[in-house]
Design a protein around this ligand. Sequence first.
Ligand code: HEM
Length: 401
Amino acid sequence: MTTDRADRSLPLTSGDFWASDPMPDLAWARRYDPVHWDEAGQVWGVTRYDDVLEVSKHPELFSNAQGIRPDTGPTPMLIDMDNPDHAKRRKLVNRAFTPSQVRARAGRIATISDQLIDRVCERGECDFVWDLAAWLPLIVIGESLGSDEADYERLLEWSDALLSGLDGKPESVARMTEVFLEYEAYAKQVIDQRRREPTDDLMSVLVQAEVDGDRLDDAELLFDSLLILIGGDETTRHVISGGVYQLLNHGDQWEELGKDRSLLGSAVEEMLRWVSPIKNMARTATNGTVLGGKAIHPGEKLLLLYPSANRDEDHFVDPDAFDIHRQPNDHLAFGFGAHVCLGNSLARLEIVTFLDRLLTRLPDLALAVPAEPTRRAANFVSGYESMPVTFTPQSPVRSSD
Ligand code: HEM
């Protein structure tokens, strides 16, 4: 063991670490050992805001090309690439995420939100995660990828298995491989069809996208559509459920938001900062360097710990207080730099819209169980597994579209 590694070692790659409350341990690391060596995971944990930013700004020194997980290698996805290939590929995929394309979905997202609320509103109670929050991002992505409603259950299962497979456990990797083959056959059909008869969905845009005379080939379309499915589904779900938990737990903020929708934007930023559903992203040092006083050797992996950066007391005033008025709120929940989340405006639109419909339709929403719900034991994307809520039964609006 080298002398620059602390004697305490946080299990940063353990799902249980992220499922329990990791904040006290992360606060300890920020204070005493900000660039922290995890002996079990053989990876550096980067805990401070400024250091996460520094690493994100230097992709030439901290590469994505060895994969974004600490314990597995790269996939052929856009996120596992460095420049110049990354910039070119991102430009192609970005054709499906232009501001006007995202804006054009606002009405549809409001309709889906109303339809989801319609399904539960007469009951007076529901599981907020499984009846509401899980479905909005899944339907939005499912529609983008050209899936039929009948496929949504399958899509949810696939997205779950593919994400779980990234934990490197043999049983999850085996299931991921099976599911990958199913998704491959499914996506191939959709890709072929969109080539023949393009519509205005995201898959059609990806199939048609052209930069400098190049288009995405079948393998690239397959992997990047998968990245969009995995990247946009659970993440958005957890911000909706984890953020609404905080709002209901701070009832004055829920009520204030109900009366003043001009606060929706800052409330959503605070939900993102607070929940930070992506717990970490890995980078690999391309050269020897020093970060936070620690010698980093070429080939060593580092984890950018977004939930920790987003509670850094040197960056945020009173970081452990949930505050929908927080200004400024330059959180890192979407990452930073070359790989910053491509779906961030879509995710923000979904969360703002759903919250707005919820405040209008179920104004006295309340937690059925006051204790904080349990989180999923996962070392990459983690959030509440279930959250029972109650409300005064309401009539459906029977929105159609
Ligand atoms: C609240 C929801 C979301 C959160 C918190 C989130 C977070 C992130 C983070 C932390 C990264 C890596 C950034 C970095 O390494 O600097 C990322 C990348 C990415 N996200 Fe998201 N994301 C969300 C929703 C979405 C959605 C809805 C989509 C698409 C529909 C999406 C697509 C992507 C893609 C394609 C990348 C890779 C970009 C690249 O490598 O250039 N994400 N996201």
